[in-house]
Design a protein around this ligand. Structure first.
Ligand SMILES: Cc1cc2nc3c(=O)[nH]c(=O)nc-3n(C[C@H](O)[C@H](O)[C@H](O)COP(=O)(O)OP(=O)(O)OC[C@H]3O[C@@H](n4cnc5c(N)ncnc54)[C@H](O)[C@@H]3O)c2cc1C
Length: 297
């Protein structure tokens, strides 16, 4: 399908130039990173920007680094970059695991984490993982820089708190000090290139505390504080998991759509919760499946 919408294409050489364009055009400008969402939206006339700002030449947005216990993921880092990184696999295996569930190799070679959270579809696979690590989104405009907690980032389906003159420069995640292990599980109609019908990320800590977050089970990806409260301070047991499964139903509000019915999503939320908790805790004790396996429900 060709792109029939007309727009100006600019490729700024540095950040000042890029931010100047965004301050001038605001809502009429759209950043182009990997283009895996934007190009589809242009083709389908869902996006009609006056200016498409290709940000791929902005060096400040490239690469990721681990400084101390903080992983800085530049806005041009793709899911393939994360998957190829032994550092990410060793230090943030949950992010590595979730990255493997995004689309296909071809899409992952272009799709950025920043683009994923800027598109802000409820099914964004990176979002639950960023949520359990309490990630921060770094933004910049000619007015200055901001840090937005991921919990505050999503404003609704396909909506974020990004201002019209801002771009995302990076996402940062802190490595928890306590011993921990995680699991991301994605429910999809088939293994391969499918958006999540639902997804759950869990982090389990050695002191019997837990962090949980979901995607595609409500209008925006979100943590599950009530379910975490039920679990916290307790060793995992069948009885505890049963209580958590009851509680999580108060925290999700899935819709029926082309991918599945609300009822199926509710049922599978409970099934997936049991599985992510069990696997995360098993991994904590050096057991359980290897990261990147058995993560499609
Ligand atoms: C076939 C297919 C399968 C897919 N499967 C999955 C899947 O399984 N899971 C999943 O989560 N997603 C999936 N996606 C969605 C998509 O690949 C991701 O959302 C991707 O991460 C978007 O990143 P991008 O770099 O391509 O963003 P782009 O398409 O370049 O941009 C997306 C949006 O974010 C904005 N944007 C991008 N970067 C910035 C920035 N730095 N600052 C401000 N705004 C910015 C753009 O203006 C645009 O509005 C799929 C897409 C396709 C086409």
């Amino acid at each position: 399908m060709p792109i029939t919408t007309e727009f100006e294409y600019v490729k700024p050489r540095d950040m000042d130039e890029a931010l100047h364009v965004f301050s001038l055009y605001r809502e009429k400008a759209r950043a182009l990173a990997g283009g895996t969402d934007l190009v589809v939206h242009l083709k389908e006339n869902l996006a009609r920007p006056e200016v498409v700002v290709d940000i791929k030449a902005l060096e400040e947005l490239a690469g990721f680094t681990l400084k101390g216990d903080v992983m800085h993921i530049g806005a041009l880092v793709t899911f393939a970059d994360l998957i190829d990184s032994p550092l990410v696999k060793a230090k943030f295996p949950l992010l590595w695991e979730a990255s493997l569930t995004v689309a296909s190799v071809g899409v992952r070679n272009r799709a950025t984490v920043a683009g994923n959270i800027c598109s802000a579809v409820p099914s964004a696979d990176s979002a639950p993982v960023l949520a359990v690590y309490d990630a921060e989104v770094l933004t910049r405009s000619i007015r200055g820089e901001r840090r937005v907690a991921i919990a505050e980032w999503f404003a609704g389906p396909k909506k974020t708190v990004l201002a019209p003159d801002e771009i995302v420069t990076a996402v940062e995640m802190k490595l928890p000090a306590k011993k921990h292990a995680g699991c991301y599980m994605k429910l999809s109609r088939y293994e391969g290139e499918d958006l999540a019908q639902g997804g759950i990320a869990a982090l389990a800590f050695a002191d019997n505390t837990y962090r949980l977050a979901v995607c595609a089970l409500g209008p925006k990806p979100a943590r599950c504080p009530k379910t975490e409260a039920v679990l916290n301070g307790n060793k995992l047991s069948d009885k505890l998991v049963a209580r958590a499964k009851e509680t999580i139903l108060q925290e999700v509000s899935p819709i029926s759509d082309i991918r599945s019915s609300r009822e199926y999503r509710l049922h599978m939320t409970q099934v997936m919760l049991g599985r992510v908790l069990e696997k995360a805790v098993a991994r904590l004790f050096g057991k359980g499946p290897k990261y990147g396996t058995e993560n499609i429900a």
